[in-house]
Design a protein around this ligand. Structure first.
Ligand code: CTP
Length: 134
């Protein structure tokens, strides 16, 4: 049984989110997803803020057929702990993070895979279109 782990905000859930989760699940037998907490996002100072709170973002992700488990990601520093806790064999993330998590290979012995982003869609762009919260 190969366990995969991935992370994200998944605000204003869109097709790019669905595709990365489906492609991540294709690389493992069980997919665990860390959804960023509201506090974690606030601490990152994302200029556009969040459209939806953690409970709603996590509820959507948890309902997907390609997702086996969802947990709350509280901060960046715990990445390696989360990987170990969930006994992940493979860490998957979009190529916008290329190279940023290579250190996990040595820290946790996990395989690290960057998948190409789905072109033409992002929460930031959607926020602009809908006049999302500032
Ligand atoms: N992702 C993707 N293709 C997209 C958008 C996101 O593959 N078009 C992936 C990201 O690479 C990440 C995961 O989806 O692995 C969660 O990304 P998240 O930051 O929540 O979504 P974005 O739409 O990228 O949000 P933002 O524009 O605020 O960065």
């Amino acid at each position: 049984m190969k366990t995969g782990i991935t992370f994200g905000t998944f605000d204003m859930f869109h097709y790019g989110h669905l595709r990365i989760l489906q492609r991540a699940r294709a690389l493992c037998d069980r997919l665990v997803v860390g959804v960023s907490s509201d506090e974690f996002i606030a601490s990152k100072n994302k200029s556009h803020g969040l459209a939806f709170p953690y409970e709603q973002r996590a509820a959507i992700v948890a309902e997907l057929r390609c997702v086996d488990e969802v947990f709350k990601e509280e901060c960046e520093e715990k990445k390696a702990d989360y990987v170990r806790e969930h006994k992940a064999d493979v860490f998957i993330i979009g190529a916008d993070y290329e190279g940023r998590f290579d250190w996990l290979k040595e820290a946790c012995g996990v395989e690290v895979v960057y998948l190409p982003r789905t072109p033409g869609v992002s929460t930031t762009a959607l926020m602009g279109k809908t006049g999302g919260k500032k």
